[in-house]
Every structure is written in C-alpha cells, then in structure tokens.
Design a protein around this ligand. Structure first.
Ligand code: GLY
Ligand code: MN
Ligand code: MN
Length: 509
C-alpha cells in the first residue's frame, strides 16, 4: 500500500499510487460515514501522577517557557514508518504511552509564580494533530495520519479528559513557541528546549533565538540544564511507575519461561539463539508493547560478548545460555533481566562454581542496596566478592586487595561493566542526571535499578585455565529501594543453581 499525495506533473508520470482523484470519487468517499464518537472518556490514573511530575519541573524553571517534543514519525523506507515511540521525557511528563503522539509538543507556559497548574509556575498545554473528520481528504488519503490508513487518533477532547491536560491544535504551535521569546534579561521569555527530538521544533526554536539575539552558548546551557532536570526528575519512581515496572518484569518472567519451553527447538536449529530470541519476543509483543532493548541470546562463548545481539549461533548441550531480555509495557516502562542457565538443565561443576561466585556478588550487592548506601557502593560490594573469588581460584596476578584499589583493577578483565544502572522508561534510565545525583548519591526509597554482576571468560583468554574458557555468566535483577531495604522485582525467576535446575525441569515436563 502506498499513499496518494499531491505531486508535481513530472512526479505524477512516475506515480505508482492508485487512489483515484476524480471528483466523483472524492465526493463519494467523503459521504455517509458515521460520526466519530467523542464522549464518555474516563480520567486515567496516571493523570494525577503526571500533574505532580510537571509541577516539580515547573518549580525549577519559573518565568521560562519549556518545550518538550514527543518527536516525529521515523521513516523506515520511502512511505513506510517505524512504529512510533515518544521521547521518554515527554512520556514521563504527559503520562502518555504507546503510539502517542507523533509530532506532539508539550509546552510549559510561564505564568505568575504559584498561580499555574497545581499551584506551580506554569500552565501546561499539549499541542498535537487531532483526529480529522471522515469528510476530509486526510481521512482517506494521508498514509501517515489518516484514519483509513493508521486508525483513529485522539481528539483534543479525548486527551484533555483522559490525561487532564490542556490540549490545542498543532497548527497553533509556532505562535505558542515563539511569542514574546527572547532574552529573559532583556524583557523576553527564555525558551528551554528538549533538543534533538524533533528537527522541526529545533528549527522553530533556533530561528526564534536567532531573531531575538540569543547567543548559541547561552541556548546550549538553557537546553542542557532542562535535559538534566528532566532526567533527574525520573530518579525516584512514583507509585504508578513502580506498578508499571512490576508489570513489565512479570511479563518478562513469562518470556523467560517461554524460552525454556522453546529449548528443544532451539537445540535443533542452526540458529538456535534466534529461536530463543523470538520465543521471548512473542511474549513481549503479545502481552507488552515491545522489547525494551534488543535481546541478548548468547550461548557458550557468545555470552562473553557483552552486547551480543546478532543471536545467530547454535544452542548446544553442555553449554550455558545467557538471556538478557526485558518486556516494555504499554506504558513504555521496561524490565531488564538476565538469567544464565545450562542448555541441558544441569550445571557442570565448573559452571556452578563460576555461577555461585556471581550469585554471591549479587547477594552482597543486595545486602547493601538500601537508603543511605551510595549508588557506587552497590558495585563495590559486588566487586569485593568477585575479586576475592578470583584470587582464591589463582586467576588474579595480584592480591584481591591490590586489584580492588584505584591503581589496580585487574579483576575487571573478567567483569568490565558496571553492576547497576537506573531503570524506568529507558533501560538505562536517567542517563543525563548529574553524577552527584546518580553515581555518588545515596539510595532513596522509590529508586529502581539493576543489580547485574557477571564473570566472562572468553575462549580466547589465555590467562585462565581451559576449563573456565567459554563461560559467560551474568545474573541481573530489577530492584526497588524501599524505606528499610529493597524489593527484588524479578524474584519470581530462580537465582540459585538448584532453583534454576528445578525450574527448568518443571517447565520441560
Ligand atoms: N541489557 C542491557 C543492560 O543490562 O544494561
Ligand atoms: Mn542492565
Ligand atoms: Mn540487561
């Protein structure tokens, strides 16, 4: 299917499209459609949470206009687009999930301090392209936005009532962004933009800044401070975000079970890792919205390749399979879970020995993951266990204590990545947060992060005895910090050698 666009005469000669243009057709197709229903909407539970999130951002930027685009549709090829996913800062501040809403822009318009929404400093409005009537050309001829092509889209009334937002037509956006814009100190209104999300909005803001004499350096500072604030606003999850994450994790658990059931087929196939990948994907897509990131389905030595997403290897008896996968919920929150298990259901002695070292490292990390601990201390706790175990096994060229110093680090040869990252709308959530609020900050209730220690002994690693080579083990859980400790959101998946063996045996029946 290709769309029917207005084209120049020259272009029409090569037009493969087939929608008729005759007035007999255009008049007939515009008639006798039932009117779209535009009533009976219920306010979504997320609306009040999103309003709170906006009020917090508003308080940080009084007197300034904030511009948060959802982003445009992205072309896959010619007139075929990818499925739409809004930018995460936009999703967080609006509460909108899947499919909502290409080209939309959320604008925080400054008002007198304390007189805005929820006693904040802004009135916030969502600008988007509302559903066109069934008597319009858009209805049948617009392949990107027309209801005939992509299904109904929301009306202004619908989003206003469901999400508690002021809503306006996208045609009013330019004025909304540019009116009175300029240098705050010189009587204009500062614009702060979430940049590199929507090129059309970037261009609007850039032109306005150029016309009003805002320096490039100053503009960069304004925008990057907003990006940092929006990222930091996601460090502590509210109750509905925790619900969303738990739902994503629960679907992910189901996906892992589906993978265990698919193992016999995976062993038979010359690209068994793809059988594993697609078994998980079937749950991600049927129960959730999508994957939160590309699945790592890695058997044997492939498990020692940190971002192995080619997944075209075999799945072999006697080897371990590392599966790192997460379902993204319709709310766009994702899980990020890893389990490593023996393809034939039984760990060998050396596999179990390495597994238990990783498990002990994870348990040590869990033990310190509570309020008051600094984020980087989770990693330190895990590394302390791994370095000592590697020393015990005679693999470290120095003592564990030396390896654990800043000048050492030899143990990192087998575990070169971090142990934890924040998790939420993005798999690596809050990535723009300042280090003092992320890595060096104390854990607080409501933070959600991974604990994912690992050991990777590559086939090519001549520094370790042969029995270790080709073993890659990572154990990754999703963890909520609470008032007095933590909750393992992914505890429904077994973590111990015995637990995994029993789980696999049960699912094989
Ligand atoms: N799946 C990516 C990560 O574990 O961080
Ligand atoms: Mn992770
Ligand atoms: Mn992961």
């Amino acid at each position: 299917m290709t769309e029917n666009n207005e084209k120049s005469t020259e272009a029409q000669k090569n037009d493969h499209r087939s929608t008729p243009k005759a007035s007999a057709f255009t008049e007939f197709i515009a008639k006798d459609w039932a009117k779209a229903e535009d009533d009976g909407y219920t306010r979504e539970p997320v609306a009040d949470y999103a309003a709170e999130r906006r009020a917090k951002i508003s308080k940080a930027f009084p007197g300034e206009r904030l511009v948060l685009p959802a982003g445009p549709l992205k072309v896959r090829s010619n007139d075929c687009d990818y499925r739409f996913r809004p930018h995460s800062a936009f999703a967080h501040q609006t509460g909108l999930g899947i499919d909502h809403e290409p080209d939309a822009v959320l604008i925080f318009e400054p008002v007198e301090e304390g007189t805005g929404d929820n006693g904040s400093n802004h009135e916030v409005t969502l600008y988007f392209r509302p559903l066109a009537g069934r008597d319009t050309t858009e209805f049948y001829a617009d392949a990107r936005y027309g209801e005939f092509w992509v299904g109904p889209r929301p009306t202004l009334k619908e989003f206003s009532e469901r999400f508690g937002l002021r809503t306006r037509d996208l045609s009013e956006l330019e004025v909304a962004i540019t009116k009175n814009a300029g240098n705050q100190g010189l009587g204009g209104v500062n614009i702060r933009l979430v940049r590199n999300v929507d090129p059309a909005v970037d261009a609007l803001v850039d032109t306005s800044r150029y016309n009003t004499g805002v320096e490039l350096e100053q503009a960069d500072k304004l925008d990057s401070e907003l990006a940092v604030a929006l990222s930091e606003a996601r460090l502590i999850k509210d109750a509905i975000e925790v619900e969303n994450l738990q739902r994503s994790v629960d679907m992910t658990v189901k996906g892992f079970e589906e993978v265990i059931r698919a193992l016999p087929k995976a062993k038979e196939h010359h690209r068994g890792e793809r059988v594993v990948e697609t078994a998980f994907f079937s749950v991600a897509r049927t129960d959730g919205n999508d994957l939160g990131y590309d699945t790592i389905a890695a058997c044997g030595n492939n498990a020692t390749i940190l971002h192995w997403i080619r997944n075209n290897g075999t799945v072999d008896d006697g080897k371990l399979l590392l599966l790192d996968a997460g379902v993204e919920d319709d709310t766009l929150y994702t899980a990020d879970v890893t389990r490593t298990f023996p393809v034939n259901g039984k760990f060998t002695e050396v596999q179990a020995k390495v597994y238990n070292a990783v498990l002990d490292a994870a348990d040590a990390a869990f033990a310190v993951a509570k309020p008051g601990t600094k984020f980087y201390e989770i990693h330190e706790a895990a590394m302390n266990v791994l370095a000592h175990r590697l020393e015990e096994w005679g693999l470290l060229p120095v003592s564990a204590d030396v390896s654990l110093t800043v000048e050492g680090g030899q143990h990192r040869r087998w575990m070169p990545h971090g142990t934890s990252h924040h998790l939420g709308l993005d798999v690596h959530d809050c990535a723009q947060a300042k280090a003092e609020l992320y890595m060096w900050a104390e854990l607080e209730p409501g933070m959600v992060f991974t604990i994912e220690p690992a050991l990777y002994f590559k086939d090519e690693d001549l520094s370790v005895p042969e029995e270790y080579r080709g073993i890659g083990i990572r154990l990754e859980d999703d963890v909520l910090c609470t008032e007095d400790g933590n909750v393992n959101l992914s505890a429904a998946l077994p973590r111990t050698v015995e637990g995994i063996e029993e789980w696999m045996a049960k699912l094989a029946k």
